[in-house]
Design a protein around this ligand. Sequence first.
Ligand code: F6P
Length: 344
Amino acid sequence: MRIGVLTGGGDCPGLNAVIRAVVRTANGRYGDAIIGFEDGWRGLLEDRKIRINNDDRTDRLLAKGGTMLGTARTNPDVLRAGLDRIKQTLDDNGIDALIPIGGEGTLTAASWLADEDVPVVGVPKTIDNDIDCTDVTFGHDTALSIATEAIDRLHTTAESHQRVMLIEVMGRHAGWIALNAGIAAGAHLILVPEVPFEIDEICALIKKRFQRGDKHCIVVVAEGSHPAADSGFTLREGGIDEFGHERFTGVAQQLGAEIERRIGKEVRTTVLGHVQRGGSPTPYDRILATRFGVHAAEAVHAGKFGMMVALHGTEITLVPLAEATRQLKTVPLERLREAEAFFG
Ligand code: F6P
């Protein structure tokens, strides 16, 4: 077979490990040719591709961050309008099956292609962990390790200076990175997009900590967090970017300034940003990405198209792309309740 592969959307650690696993499995076991399309769906719209060989160079991709194919965000309207062009490129290159590796946007486009009988098997990736129908996506564990280490470091400097430290982490509309890193690093408060915050309650919690003699306060703030409608505090509007995503305006910075104004404590804010997406994947992410790649190649050979590989418990399974892209997987309230035991 000739199998096409692409990586779309924001990069994340583990993408190269999937590519390696697809190549090793599909070429090693079945003698397939693997064609990598460059820069996400753009490579298919513009017919830009490379042959990926089952050689030492590919083998060494396992621990390498980023993606050897390049990636790009594409506006969903441009993608919709370009579906015929994409199908044409697949035909022109004799592609028998396509494996798109990506997040919500990439997998939604994969689902559209599946609806038009294009043979696709999706692989979910994202540090945000917001893809439904899989327990977790690779990339999340790496981002979590980086965020946890950063918060650990903030504890010591915050305590020395008796400061309030806010750390803003990524995750878009899901609070998984904030929740998990917050628990792992013993944050005193975690704000997630799923539950709008009350600034009065935040200030009261911080004051209480200092009143009882605690020396610092660490607040983990998911970038998509926002105040409750009637909380007396509003964020700057960022509008929508060219890819249809809400533009975040720096919630932690704005919140930090307001907390300092209200309670007169020294506040410092750290915005972790793209550091969370860079570098080598953790062993957990290398293993998950590898397993996803092996199973995606096997699914292609079993003719199981229109599906996405997923982790359920310890097993890799296949779920319909249409189901996996119906909604985002956000943090359930009961998971936040567990973390609340450590707030204050
Ligand atoms: O979806 C992954 C992610 O890192 C989000 O957490 C973040 O909001 C966004 O991508 C940043 O996108 P960009 O790299 O385009 O700035």
